[in-house]
Design a protein around this ligand. Structure first.
Ligand code: BMA
Length: 332
């Protein structure tokens, strides 16, 4: 759909009920924080230690999502959730039980950092799947009640698997970030394609670390948003400080038909850990985006991000302004 309120075409439906708050009079850049952050506390379900790095989508006139809930045994898993307004969430107390034909694929020891992507006729979920080390799990649901798993996309070790919301040149497409068994001190984003969401190949380098806030590693965030200016990709970048990793995020524009070609990439971050709930928590100094709602009619954005690996926050912006920010501050 052509957006009337924004100068850049945004492909997608109108989302008049997108959560929204105008830019504050002081202090808002191209993205600004919701004044009532965090929106999801660490103990939103009785067993949770922390709820963060999660993904939400419009569903049946309201909203649904998949949430990373680490429990009080510090096991990492993903849970379904529903919301009328995309701000107040009811998260299922039990983790998602995936169904599938091969019991081997059910033998995962953890799940975390889900993304959700509407693709063709269903919602696909990708996540970091513990199968002899971290790799990319893929599943799908039609109703956020019953979930089916597919094969893992890649061999271990890999994280941050993010599907594109349509086929590209006749193939399913995914970004991912090959990694190691631990708190990986490197990380480049790669593009891969598949005829069937099971067999993946044609791997292409997309982007690696640069200076400053993104000097250690980078990883794709929410499902990319298709615009007239290219795929708008929010991604996280990591700086290694003398006090450990610092996770910030910004955005890039990727070529629509050859998404491994980066057209523009912002040199500054859009959001970095500044607020107390981003700087203090189980892992201090983390802002980690996992989902973006977009109203194609106005270009409004609502981005969900994990804060300090403890709670979930929300920031707002306009597609046009983010694209202007990326283009005018670009360093490819
Ligand atoms: C990454 C992932 C994320 C986490 C981040 C900061 O490696 O595990 O889930 O938010 O580290 O701890």
């Amino acid at each position: 759909m052509q957006s009337s309120g924004s100068k850049t075409t945004v492909v997608g439906g109108a989302l008049p009920n997108i959560p929204w708050e105008d830019r504050p009079a002081k202090g808002g850049g191209a993205l600004w924080r919701y004044s009532h952050n965090p929106i999801i506390p660490r103990n939103a379900i009785p067993t949770s230690n922390s709820i963060f790095n999660s993904a939400v989508v419009p569903y049946n006139g309201a909203f649904a999502g998949v949430f990373r809930c680490d429990n009080q045994a510090r096991e990492m898993n993903i849970h379904g959730g529903r919301s009328r307004d995309a701000i107040h969430w009811e998260i299922a107390p039990e983790p998602i039980q995936f169904q599938g034909p091969d019991p081997e694929m059910a033998r995962c020891v953890y799940r975390y950092d889900p993304r959700v992507c509407w693709l063709e006729d269903r919602y696909y979920v990708t996540w970091c799947n513990g199968y002899h080390g971290p790799t990319i799990g893929i599943g799908y649901t039609f109703d956020f009640e019953i979930f089916h798993f597919l094969e893992n996309a890649f061999l271990p070790y890999n994280r941050n698997g993010v599907l594109f919301p349509r086929k590209i040149n006749g193939k399913y497409a995914m970004l991912s970030r090959p990694s190691d068994t631990g708190h990986t001190p490197f990380g480049d984003v790669f593009y891969s394609e598949s005829p069937d969401l099971v067999h993946w190949g044609k791997h292409r380098f997309v982007m690696g670390p640069k200076g400053g806030w993104q000097s250690t590693k980078v990883g794709a965030g929410p499902t990319p948003i298709e615009t007239g200016a290219g795929w708008l990709l929010f991604y996280h970048g990591v700086l290694t400080s003398c006090n450990g990793f610092v996770y910030s995020f910004s955005a890039a524009l990727l070529d629509l038909e050859q998404p491994w070609k980066v057209l523009y990439r912002a040199k500054p971050y859009l959001i970095a850990p500044w607020e107390p709930y981003e700087c203090v928590g189980d892992v201090p100094n983390v802002t980690f985006p996992g989902a973006a709602l977009c109203d194609a009619a106005t270009g409004r954005l609502a981005i969900y991000y994990g804060c300090a690996d403890t709670v979930t926050g929300l920031v707002f912006g306009y597609v046009d302004e983010v694209i202007d920010f990326v283009r005018s501050n670009s360093e490819v």
